[in-house]
Design a protein around this ligand. Structure first.
Ligand code: F0G
Length: 481
């Protein structure tokens, strides 16, 4: 909740009490330098014992509520016909209005099933932006993605409120060029993760629906970050300011034929699901569910997580839950921006994003500036971010680098996990790093996997910039932190 202070400042105040805590520690810079070298300058390969604030992702790292924890105790561990599943379907029906639910072990499993059933060799899938796993599954099924985002989407210094909108003219042209029969479905991602968690507007989604319906094209919604998208619509879109998050979410859902999500984000659990009101779509997907996931009533999820997800779906329409991460992200972004640090604006849904191109303009894209900056942030703070740039795109079929549209460093804010003083610490150290940005150098691959290389790839600094950065840090802050 945003509270206006007496000096006019706005403060995001937590509307929950912390009753269970987990210890964390701040390893000194010397230790961080060793840990980063062992991890091949890839923040994915760090161990959490070497991390102070884990901002790699908001996926599966959020705090559950007491009611979610309590629900886990009453789960029904049946292979078939579990009552836990029926509590999940009731929540999906009540909150989102869908009849049929297919549980899956996480978001990418939903993407796999959708690609298996709808994507044929030569199919195209227009979308507002891809996510790494989405693209991988569509391409593995022989299709390709068409990113038809708004022109404003790639502008990292913007005040445009809906950078996650689909460009409707481009969509019309795609339909004319490829023909509706080659379009497997049009995919809308609720807050486009790789563009910095930027939302679409309801009026844009309504137009997408209209064009899709004219041509008999399915609308698929990736609702992994749906609560944040609904929260932004309430804040930023005229006509929706007086609507509840529940009403907005329901309207979004009414415009999609199929919804899927990674439950690891907005529902604060680990799992995923696909939902639809179309019986034929449901049966086509159901046929493959036991092959890849599990029986219809658990789909690879633990029944404990299914119970917690049912509660999470009901809780996510509480404005203080839906906005919990978004308001911290806004605070994070605005403070860094005020300190002159290049961040993506307007603030998005899941994370504060540093714009590596502007932060370290001296490093060319082929030397992975976002990867280098992610490593440098860890060295200068113990905060673990994630690279979202050229490292996160694999090479093309001929082995050439595919330079990413954006070179971002993502500092995810897991929901209800960190305090504002911890965010303040991160702001301070990133601001220090920006003042010493000339010390940061590029990276080169030492071991490069062929698919989703950002997960397991090992890199090395070009030159010895890691040690020089740590020496400067120790001069300013001492040897102990
Ligand atoms: N779609 C979106 C928009 C996502 O952000 C993710 C995951 C997925 C699909 C895949 O879901 O991980 O449950 O299999 N995003 C995570 C992240 C990994 O760190 O942003 P999953």
């Amino acid at each position: 909740m945003i509270i206006q202070l007496s000096d006019g400042r706005q403060l995001p105040v937590e509307m929950h009490k912390v009753r269970i805590v987990q210890k964390t520690s701040l390893p000194p810079a010397e230790h961080r330098l060793r840990a980063m070298a062992e991890a091949g300058y890839n923040t994915f390969l760090l161990r959490t014992r070497d991390v102070f604030l884990d901002m790699l992702t908001d996926s599966g790292t959020n705090a559950m509520s007491d009611n979610q924890q309590a629900a886990m105790m009453v789960s029904d561990d049946a292979y078939a016909g579990s009552e836990s599943f029926y509590r999940l379907t009731a929540a999906v029906k009540d909150v989102w209005g869908f009849e049929y639910v297919l549980p899956v072990h996480q978001g990418r499993a939903a993407e796999h099933l959708l690609a298996k059933v709808f994507v044929k060799p030569g199919s195209v899938v227009p979308m507002n932006y891809h996510f790494t796993t989405t693209r991988a599954h569509i391409e593995l099924a022989g299709g390709s993605i068409l990113e038809i985002f708004t022109d404003e989407a790639l502008n990292t210094q913007s005040s445009f409120p809906f950078k996650g909108n689909l460009d409707l003219d481009k969509f019309q042209r795609v339909v004319e060029e490829y023909g509706a029969e080659r379009i497997a479905y049009v995919r809308m991602e609720a807050t486009t993760n790789l563009l910095g968690g930027q939302p679409f507007s309801l009026s844009n989604l309504r137009e997408v629906r209209r064009i899709a319906s004219q041509h008999g094209i399915l609308v698929v919604l990736d609702a992994s970050l749906i609560s944040e998208n609904a929260y932004f619509i309430k804040q930023r879109e005229n006509d929706y300011q007086s609507k509840s998050i529940q009403e907005i979410m329901r309207e979004i859902m009414s415009l999609a034929d199929i919804v899927y999500l990674s439950g690891r984000k907005s529902t604060n659990v680990r799992g995923g699901l696909i939902a639809t009101n179309d019986r034929k779509i449901y049966s086509d997907l159901l046929a493959w569910l036991p092959v890849y996931e599990g029986f219809a009533t658990y789909g690879g999820m633990s029944t404990k997580e299914i119970e917690a997800m049912a509660v999470g779906i009901r809780e996510m329409v509480d404005i203080n839950v839906a906005g919990s991460s978004a308001e911290f992200v806004k605070y994070f972004v605005e403070r860094l921006h005020a300190n002159g640090v290049p961040v993506v604006t307007p603030p998005g849904g899941l994370a504060c994003h540093l714009d590596a191109r502007r932060f370290i303009p001296h490093i060319p894209q082929i030397n992975y500036p976002a990867g280098a900056l992610a490593a440098a942030v860890y060295l200068a703070s113990g905060v673990r971010p994630m690279e979202r740039g050229t490292l996160s795109s694999d090479r093309d079929k001929d082995g050439n680098e595919v330079l990413a549209d954006l070179e971002l460093v993502r500092l995810a804010v897991p929901r209800r996990v960190y305090s504002l003083s911890q965010i303040e610490y991160a702001i301070d150290r990133i601001t220090w790093l920006h003042r010493h940005c000339d010390l940061i150098g590029g990276l080169k691959f030492v071991e490069e996997p062929p698919v989703l290389r950002f997960f397991f790839g090992k890199l090395a600094p070009l030159g010895d910039w890691g040690s020089r950065l740590v020496a400067a840090y120790q001069r300013d802050f001492g040897m102990d932190c």
